[in-house]
Design a protein around this ligand. Structure first.
Ligand SMILES: [Fe+2]
Ligand SMILES: [Fe+2]
Length: 284
């Protein structure tokens, strides 16, 4: 099982980052920075954004109400809570992309390596992929959710912190996000068990995101030495506690990693992951 907090020697880290860059080019195709698009991902987006054959019933008024202000104590259908979780879970990453883009661009120009920009573009796709889940309910969700203040503060901290602190914070955020997605796979299996077509369409989306996210974790890890990784381990449970209130829909579904350290095997032990994620993700 992968130990997320074990540092690799510098020469291994450099070589793995090089491999990751090739992996990204192969997976994503050409990057258009002005549009923040990736040619291969545009192709797969078409599939997700196409209206599905069958639309499932959902109370769209209740959905809108809960989207604006989620009532964790109210008895709501699990399917409605799942859709809320899907369209809101990427709020932080989407906001983070906007906050971090210029800084990342500056760094990429200096180092002549565009992997980090590609990662930001992938995050834009995650938002689109997740929003497209609403198609299955005939509900339109076009814009990313505006994240609550706890998240905005953490993201603002990452955007302005010195890199020595920004990296551990970013890695902690990527780990927490990936665990949420892995847990959402299980929730989707359970909640949509009665409709295999919709279930598989949602699972495909989440699996694609989990595959990318394992790469993002690897990328951040390979930039860090033993000290920064030890720092990440300390930050992780604190960050998970602070952020727990920012994802009430996930908490209701049991998809929030409350005990983040004991949940780590979900992402480090391949036996917990679907075959597509195991086979396609870049792990280092
Ligand atoms: Fe993401
Ligand atoms: Fe990510």
């Amino acid at each position: 099982m992968l130990d997320l907090f074990a540092a690799a020697p510098p020469n291994v880290r450099r070589a793995r980052l090089e491999e990751y860059h090739h992996y990204l080019v192969e997976r994503d195709g050409e990057m258009n920075l002005d549009e923040r698009t990736l040619s291969r991902r545009e192709v797969s987006m078409k599939k997700y954004e196409r209206p599905p054959r069958a639309i499932r019933n959902m109370d769209s008024d209740e959905f809108r109400r809960q989207y604006l202000k989620f009532e964790a104590g109210k008895a709501l259908p699990s399917e409605l809570v799942l859709l809320l979780a899907l369209v809101k879970v990427n709020a932080a990453e989407s906001y983070g992309v906007a906050r971090n883009f210029q800084r990342t661009l500056g760094r990429a120009l200096k180092t002549e390596n565009d992997s980090e920009l590609r990662i930001l573009c992938e995050e834009c796709y995650h938002t689109r992929i997740l929003l497209s889940s609403a198609n299955h309910y005939g509900i339109e969700a076009r814009h990313p959710y505006h994240p609550p203040s706890a998240l905005r503060i953490m993201i603002g901290g990452i955007a302005t912190a010195p890199m020595a602190l920004a990296r551990p914070l970013t890695l902690a955020g990527e780990i927490i996000a990936t665990l949420m997605f892995i847990k959402l796979l299980n929730v989707t299996q359970r909640v949509l068990a009665g409709d295999p077509e919709t279930r598989d369409a949602i699972l495909e989306r989440i699996e694609e995101i989990c595959t990318d996210e394992r790469g993002h974790i690897s990328f951040n890890r390979m930039h860090m030495g033993a000290g920064e990784l030890a720092q990440t381990r300390v930050i992780l449970p604190v960050a998970a506690r602070i952020l727990s209130r920012a994802f009430p829909e996930l908490a209701v579904l049991g998809a929030y990693p409350v005990n983040v350290l004991s949940d780590l095997p979900l992402l480090c032990d391949p036996k917990h992951l679907p075959a597509s994620v195991r086979q396609q993700s870049f792990i280092a």
